[in-house]
Design a protein around this ligand. Structure first.
Ligand code: G3P
Ligand code: CA
Length: 309
């Protein structure tokens, strides 16, 4: 389900209002699949359902990959947020999904002669002038593309956890090491963060392997759906396999769970992007460990509802 921004604004507001009126806290509102209680090294408590990840923040209700989107996720009661990391022309790591600025900023108006507006062709000073909120809704006008450091500091301030995606690393040589450096400088590579609050993922197996080799203590995930026969190769350098939900079956999830990952624990599966209740319940039935969603409130309600029947 694609949730149109204008159509969901009222729902988001209502969800937030109900959360506040219900007197819930950030962690309690997340429910049994939240981070409350003693966390496993991967941060999953999971006996009552999949962990819910706010994909690019609460991106059905606020502009993706912005501080506004993670603040909203926090207010809605979600501590796990997902983001995408890329690099500017002058070497600043920024949080944005596409490798061009066109879809989620006003770059075409601001820099009309710079087509195709690749992130890698703009300095951060230039990107910092762009409006990354108006495309989503007038109420978000003036929202900026955050640097990774700004983003980490906000996740920290919000007491949230981060599923960090290294996006299109083939465009950005050395981005794995640089990402780890920024994480370290921001205090995100200490034991507490590594054990409970951070997962690094990529569609690039090479990138995941590099991160694992540089920081063997980090939990990592590979984005994709390897064949069952190939899974043991991935288990050598990663802890999780995170597939598109349309590509999986219960048998495949079971096969992943049957392997020990890079840290000697059963491998896990966090699937994406699930925004409707029926699909959420379907993948829950397959036994996934986590669901990555633009509409975390919808998924939380669906997976918790499964225990009411
Ligand atoms: O976290 C999974 C998901 O983000 C992968 O797809 O394109 O939204 O980065 P994409
Ligand atoms: Ca992503």
């Amino acid at each position: 389900m694609y949730v149109r921004p204008a159509a969901v604004a009222a729902a988001a507001f209502l969800g937030f209002t109900l959360t506040v009126l219900g007197g819930t806290t950030s962690s309690a509102a997340t429910g049994p699949s939240s981070s409350t209680g003693p966390a496993s090294p991967t941060g999953k408590t999971g006996p009552l359902g999949p962990v819910v990840y706010a994909h690019r923040g609460a991106s059905a209700y606020a502009p993706e990959n912005t501080l506004a989107s993670i603040d909203l996720a926090m207010r809605m009661g979600f501590d796990w947020v997902e983001n995408d990391v890329q690099r500017t022309k002058d070497g600043e790591l920024v949080v944005i999904h596409d490798d061009t600025l066109a879809r989620t900023t006003d770059v075409e108006q601001a820099f009309p002669d710079r087509k195709p507006w690749h992130v890698k062709d703009f300095t951060y000073a230039e990107i910092a002038t762009l409006d990354a909120g108006s495309w989503f809704g007038a109420g978000f006008a003036g929202t900026r593309v955050p640097t990774l450091r700004e983003y980490l500091d906000r996740v920290q301030r919000n007491q949230q956890r981060l599923l960090l995606e290294i996006k299109k690393p083939e465009i950005y040589p050395g981005i794995e090491e640089q990402t780890l450096q920024v994480l370290d400088e921001a205090g995100w590579l200490d034991e507490g963060h590594v054990q409970r609050r951070l997962v690094v993922q990529s569609f690039s197996a090479d990138s995941v392997r590099i991160v694992h080799e540089m920081r063997p203590d980090l939990v990592t995930a590979f984005l994709g759906t390897p064949t069952v026969a190939d899974l043991p190769k991935y288990a050598q350098f990663t802890d999780r396999i995170n597939p598109w939900h349309t590509t999986i079956s219960a048998d495949w999830v079971t096969a992943v769970h049957g392997l020990l990952g890079a840290h000697g624990r059963a491998m896990e599966v966090d699937t994406w992007i699930v925004d409707d209740p029926a699909t959420a319940r379907k993948v829950q039935g397959m036994g996934v460990d986590g669901i990555i969603t633009n509409a975390p409130d919808v998924v939380r309600k669906a997976v918790l509802g499964a225990f009411a029947h």
